[in-house]
Write a new protein. Structure first.
Length: 286
């Protein structure tokens, strides 16, 4: 498939809603760089809690070519064990950092489960909401997204992994429920990105299946996002610590792109941008 095939026609309107449309018209895979302002994220917890370090890291991700900066102040706990963060604490972690990150000029997505945090961040100028429970956790989230007219990443999630289920069918049904919630709230379909949620409520084999069968969700006609960066399924193939999973992350993301991903969410922006550029050059020469 060509890069142009991945471009989804989107008619945005002035303001935040235009961001996704503008990014997608670039006709190349988009890179979302991860900024975790948390003590407990699975791969980089505690590294960027201090505002100067977080802002410097955001600047670095932007300089390396990130198209979107995804900032989160509560670990989404793909592998359990982290402590839930109260609303005030999540906002307190973001407050000294978010305005400076937004000022870098790269669209910022706010990775949060809480509608109040999303609304506050959007008020400051965040451009996208990244909801790892696909509008199905906080009943006010869809309303906030609709009211601000911004794009939203709807990610599949499950409380627990169940090796006996058909994960592709489960993700499809979840997406359908989320899209129904979005439609009822008045979120324009053109502002929705779908993400199978690699590592969330899935066995390693199911995470691998989601990348291998990504095209199962092309029928929704929406851009697909994949975030395989440093995730544990890589360890299931080649035993490794999170910081040692760059090779596996690149392999997973290149195959995700072949299978239809328009956006990939990564910790290692420079290496990913290089890998994508080389893959695109080879594809053009076919
Ligand atoms: N993965 C993580 C967090 N947010 N959002 C989307 N849309 N897709 C993902 O795959 C995804 C996500 C987990 O990675 P990380 O942010 O590094 O870890 P933590 O949640 O522990 O901070």
């Amino acid at each position: 498939m060509s890069l142009t095939d991945r471009t989804v026609s989107v008619s945005g309107r002035a303001g935040g809603g235009d961001v996704l449309a503008r990014l997608l018209t670039q006709q190349r895979t988009l890179v979302m760089g991860v900024l975790n302002v948390t003590p407990d994220s699975f791969s980089d917890g505690g590294r960027f809690l201090e505002p100067p370090l977080a802002i410097a890291h955001a600047r670095r991700l932007a300089a390396e070519g990130a198209d979107i900066l995804d900032i989160g102040a509560e670990s989404t706990r793909p592998y359990g064990g982290a402590v839930a963060v109260p609303l005030d604490e999540e906002r307190d972690r973001l407050e000294p950092i978010l305005p400076a990150v937004i000022a870098l000029g790269v669209p910022v997505s706010i990775d949060t489960l809480k509608a109040k945090v999303a609304a506050w961040a959007l008020g400051l100028g965040a451009a996208i909401v990244n909801d790892v429970w696909g509008l199905q956790h906080d009943p006010d989230m869809a309303g906030v997204v609709a009211e601000h007219g911004v794009p939203v990443v709807i990610m599949h999630n499950r409380e627990t992994a169940d090796a006996s289920i058909d994960i592709i069918a489960d993700v499809t049904a979840f997406f359908a429920r989320s899209l129904d919630i979005a439609a009822r709230a008045g979120i324009a379909r053109e502002r929705i990105v779908l993400d199978p949620g690699i590592g969330f409520g899935k066995t390693p084999q199911q995470s691998i299946a989601c990348i291998a069968r990504l095209d199962a969700w092309r029928g929704f006609g929406l851009p697909l996002l994949v975030g395989a960066s440093r995730k544990r399924f890589i360890h299931s193939v080649v035993p490794s610590e999170p910081a040692e999973r760059l090779g596996g992350s690149l392999a997973a993301h290149l195959l995700a792109v072949e299978n239809g991903a328009a956006i990939i969410r990564v910790h290692d922006v420079a290496a990913t941008v290089q890998a994508l550029a080389v893959a695109a050059a080879i594809r053009r020469a076919r």
